[in-house]
Design a protein around this ligand. Structure first.
Ligand SMILES: Nc1nc2c(ncn2[C@@H]2O[C@H](COP(=O)(O)OP(=O)(O)OP(=O)(O)O)[C@@H](O)[C@H]2O)c(=O)[nH]1
Ligand SMILES: [Mg+2]
Length: 190
């Protein structure tokens, strides 16, 4: 978080985390499209994230300009060093879960990966604003919501449902992470 009080600007970093192919890039692309923003992407020929995707979004609240720098991590383990780099300075996380039954154990393990990535920068799951998004709700083998909430959830964190490919739930998820972030910010500044 960066505060430029002379200009009334506060800058936050939001990172979309989660297993490979869970739909992180799709979330950002839809968010950009719905708000008329451009996405900066560094990806492979197969359009898998290589470094990150990036957009910035501005919101005016109480005379402040809040600027959100929004990134995705590359979910593939071969890019773990890059993933860790992208997590530097993170203020809030959207944890994108693939609802497919086949990917349940990977999703579960990745909560620990997120924990490790936060720890690298002296942060923990408890004090970091996090929203868990159950994506790909359209898949025929999508697990029921109550199963996912039991198996892949993070204690104390809110959850959302999405079909990012159709743009469903994308803005709602982003609005929720902004809310969580603002709540923490208000507590910090009193
Ligand atoms: N059926 C379905 N497919 C989706 C949905 N969201 C994303 N996808 C597809 O899932 C695949 C992976 O999506 P990406 O957004 O590239 O996934 P990612 O999490 O950025 O993957 P990495 O960059 O490798 O970590 C693509 O083929 C998307 O079109 C969804 O809600 N439903
Ligand atoms: Mg990606």
């Amino acid at each position: 978080m960066l505060i430029d009080s002379s200009k009334g600007i506060v800058r936050f970093k939001v990172v979309y985390h989660g297993i490979a192919m869970s739909g992180k890039t799709t979330n950002i692309e839809q968010l950009a499209q719905q708000s008329g923003l451009d996405v900066l992407s560094f990806d492979t020929k197969e359009e898998r994230t290589l470094v990150f995707d990036f957009i910035t979004k501005k919101i005016k609240v109480d005379g402040f300009t809040l600027t959100f720098s929004i990134y995705t991590i590359p979910g593939q383990d071969i890019y773990r060093d890059i993933r860790k780099m992208v997590m530097r300075g993170v203020d809030a996380v959207v944890f994108v879960v693939d609802s497919s039954e086949r990917r349940l154990s990977e999703n579960k393990e990745f909560v620990r990966t997120l924990e490790g990535d936060l720890k690298l920068y002296g942060k923990d799951i408890e004090s970091t604003p996090i929203v868990v998004q159950y994506n790909k709700r359209d898949l025929p083998d999508a697990l029921p919501l109550d199963v996912l909430q039991r198996e892949v959830s993070i204690p104390g964190k809110k959850t959302t449902e999405a079909v990012a490919l159709q743009g469903k739930g994308v803005q709602e998820t982003f609005d929720l992470i902004v809310e969580e972030l603002m709540e923490k910010f208000r507590k910090m500044v009193g």
